[in-house]
Structure formats: C-alpha cells, structure tokens
Design a protein around this ligand. Structure first.
Ligand code: FAD
Length: 392
C-alpha cells in the first residue's frame, strides 16, 4: 500500500499543522487545563481563518455543502488537529466543526433542513444515545428503551446512560427498540425540550469536557417525521456509523501520541541527570524508540483502514484493529513521555495529565477494546479475511 500524500493532501496538512502550532498551542498556556471551549471573542477570528482554508465542517460530504474530503485526507487532518492539550475530545476547540454528525448525513431532506444544516452552521448541537444502564458493549441485546407507534407518532419510554454532550445539546439521536433482536432497533431524532425527556444526572468522570449523563424517557412523543432511517435499521445504521467514526477516532489518538512524543524528545535533549542529557541515557532512548514504533504502527494501521474505506471495502476488521491498537499504543506513548518528564509529567501545567485521563476513556468508548478484539476474532475465525488480512 502506498500512503504517499498527494500535493493537495500535503498542502492541507501543512495548513492545519501551522494553524495548530501558531494559533492553538500558544492559546493553551492561558486556558484552564481542562478547557473545552474558547471564549467567543477568541474563537470568532479563528473561525474566519478556518473558513478561509475552506475547512469549516471539514468532515462533511460535498452533497451537504462540506469539502467532501476522502477518508484518507480526513485521517491525515485528524492526526494534525489533535496535536494539542484539548485535542483528543475537542480538536481545535471545535473550530473546524464536524464531529457527531455522521448519522445526519443520511437523513431525509426535511430532517437535514431542521437538524443537519443548522448544526453545520453552529446553531444547533446534538448527542448520540445508544448505551443504557443495562449495557453499552452489546447494545443489540442490552437496549431496553422502547418506541411504540401511536398514529403518526412514536412514544418512547426507557433510559440511556453515559451520553456525552447532552448538557450543551438541543437534540439527540436516540436508538430505541421497535421490535425483537438486532433488526428491532430504530433511530429517532429527539428534541431535548420534548415533554417527558429528562437529564437525570451528570456523571463526573475522568473527562471534564462533555461529561456523560443519564437520560430518562417517560412517554416521550416523537413524530414519525423524526424517525432517522428505516424502521428496524437502527442497529445496522448505528454500527455502520461506528465503523466510520472509529477511523478519525483512532487518528486523533495518533495525533495526541505524536504531540506527547515530541515533547518527550525535546525534553530529553535538554534535561541532565548523572552528568549527561537524558537523551544520552540508554534507558530513556529505549523509551523514545518504543514511542516511535508505537506511533508508526498505529499510523500505518489507521491509514490502511482509511485507504480501504476509500476503496469501498468492508473495513470492520481494519477499523477495529486501528481503534484497538491506536488507543493502546497512544496510552503507552503518553505514559512513557510523562515518565521522561519526571515530576513535571504529572503537573497540570503540562498536557500529559489531561491526555493520560482522557486516553483511558478511549479504550472504553466507541466500542470497548474487548469488543474490537471480538470483531477481529469473528472476521478471522468466520473466514471473512485470511490470516494475512487479505479479503476473501
Ligand atoms: C466518558 C464516556 C462517554 C460516553 N459517551 C457515550 C455516548 O455519547 N453515547 C453512547 O451511546 N455511549 C457513550 N458511552 C458509553 C460507552 O460506549 C460504554 O461505556 C461502552 O460501550 C461499554 O458499555 P458498558 O459501560 O455498559 O460496559 P459493559 O457492556 O457492561 O461491559 C463491561 C466490560 O466488559 C467487557 N466485555 C463485554 N463483553 C465482553 C466479552 N464478550 N469478552 C470480554 N470482555 C467483554 C467490556 O469491554 C467492558 O470493558 C460513553 C462512556 C464513557 C465512559
């Protein structure tokens, strides 16, 4: 496989890299360590710069007015956008838009007008609610929230748990049971102010931005016009989205790992112990080398998944491998880079402690890593791919 970037990709990467290094990284010295948003007077001029680059709503397809970048270009840009302290969960503080909209790209035109376009313009915000108190890693079995048809409406009852972004959102995509088994799940767009929908609590966790929440649905009435996709296709559509989302999700981990490693290399060259620079001590060199190997392997796996996705292949296995490996490799890179910094590594003035906390969630969110291993095992043992990964 050839991952040499095209001239256009190289230019886009350079543009985003320079934006992150010149505009975002310096800002973070002034922001609180867990900041998730920029004050509007700071964000507004930066947003105009993003518009000049033609990269607002950078991951949207051209049919809905986005730049229509292929998956590999999106992957290269996701690696760049996340190379700063808030980069894992809020790359460039949301200035490039996108994120969490993937389901709405397949909405009907009326739904796009009411939800997708206003969200792309920054006027509305959504959440995605799949997980429930009964479980998130096996949603096809765990989902108990029910939607029952009532004339032109649906009545939803049940609860959702661990749902991110609810506090700032004004609508959400909710997966509910309309029948039995995997074919009995349907997605609905639900306005947050619909009577009967309550955010019962925020669940404080390792991540201080977009804290997860619990939601209760008590006879929530939703018009059929808000059914997203066909009845009974909710699991297939959500699973399809999860596979696509896993590629940029993995790429962001690579970006953060690169940022952590860069700091470790620079520090090792200036810090002295036992009469020599850290960079001259073999124990430290080996840590840096292990970082290099982890980052290159992770990068190649995510680029492979992206390239196959662009070629229209089923990338279940490759997206699962990228998610599994990138999250674990990035956790190791952050840990080693933190260690190389000694006490400074755990200080809130450095980005490592935030990356360390947030990266831990990445092995659980978007399909826990055990489930990714299960997906790969199914593909391997079910005969969908040979042991060298060649598609049958
Ligand atoms: C900060 C945060 C934000 C989140 N945001 C969202 C969101 O916005 N929307 C949303 O829908 N969900 C969200 N989630 C939920 C997340 O997707 C689930 O936590 C995840 O899917 C795991 O579900 P669970 O917690 O119910 O664990 P369970 O399903 O109860 O599983 C428990 C553990 O057992 C492991 N396990 C399960 N089956 C097997 C097996 N067969 N073999 C080996 N191990 C197994 C799992 O991997 C997991 O580690 C979020 C979670 C967190 C922590």
């Amino acid at each position: 496989m050839d991952f040499t970037p095209t001239d256009e990709q190289r230019q886009l990467v350079e543009m985003v890299r320079s934006f992150v290094q010149k505009e975002i990284v310096p800002l973070e010295t002034e922001l609180p360590p867990d900041a998730g948003r920029l004050p509007e007077h700071v964000a507004a001029p930066l947003r105009r710069k993003v518009e000049q680059m033609g990269l607002e709503c950078w991951d949207a397809p051209s049919e809905v007015g986005g730049p229509g970048l292929d998956v590999i270009t999106q992957t290269l840009l996701a690696i760049e956008m996340s190379q700063h302290r808030a980069g894992l969960y809020t790359p460039c503080y949301g200035l490039f838009g996108g994120g969490g909209l993937a389901n709405l790209y397949d909405a009907d035109e009326d739904q796009k007008k009411r939800y997708l376009y206003p969200t792309m313009r920054g006027e509305r915000r959504g959440f995605f609610a799949l997980s429930e108190p009964s479980g998130g890693s096996d949603p096809a079995r765990a989902i108990r929230t029910k939607a029952v048809r009532d004339g032109d409406d649906w009545i939803i009852n049940g609860s959702k748990m661990w749902i991110s972004g609810v506090v700032d959102a004004d609508y959400g995509i909710v997966v509910a049971r309309t029948g039995e088994g995997r074919g009995g799940l349907t997605q609905f767009i639900v306005d947050k102010d619909t009577p009967g929908l309550t955010m019962t609590r925020v669940i404080p966790s390792l991540r201080r931005v977009e804290e997860p929440t619990e939601l209760e649905f008590d006879n929530v009435r939703v018009p059929d016009a808000n059914r997203l996709g066909e009845e009974g296709k909710g699991f297939a559509n959500a699973a399809g989205r999860l596979v696509k989302v896993r590629i940029p999700y993995s790429a962001q981990c690579v970006g953060v790992a690169i940022a952590a490693h860069r700091l470790a290399v620079d520090y090792a060259k200036i810090r002295e112990t036992f009469g020599r620079k850290l960079a001259q001590q073999q124990g430290i060199q080996w840590m840096l080398v292990d970082n290099e190997v982890d980052i290159d392997t992770a990068r190649l796996l995510v680029l492979q998944a992206a390239q196959l996705a662009d070629a229209g292949k089923n990338v279940k296995r490759e997206a699962a491998m990228a998610k599994l490996y990138c999250t674990e490799a990035a956790s190791r890179v952050i840990d080693r880079s933190m260690q190389i910094h000694g006490g400074l590594g755990v200080a809130a003035e450095m980005p490592f402690e935030r990356w360390y906390r947030e990266m831990r969630i990445r092995r659980i969110g978007e399909g826990p890593n055990e489930v990714q291993r299960l997906v790969i095992a199914r593909e391997l043992l079910g005969g969908a791919a040979s042991i060298r990964g060649e598609k049958k």
